[in-house]
Design a protein. Sequence first.
Length: 85
Amino acid sequence: MMTDAEFEIMDELYFIKSYSDLERVFAKENFRLEGELWMLILKGWVKVIDGSDQEIGIEQEQYLDQKYNLRFNATKQGLMAHNQV
């Protein structure tokens, strides 16, 4: 089951987006982007991409410290979950 916040974030991640891009899109939403995005990463629905365009695994502390240097994109699993709603 996907929450409304997860659904909205996944809508944006059909294409690669930076954290700053996501912040601009969701500036007026009443959910905590940082936490919602992390939960999507943990579920395997969002992949993290570093500055050299490589998909990376990341720990929460690294994510929190580096989020402005990272980009994000929906995984195949995430897209399938999003499209089932």
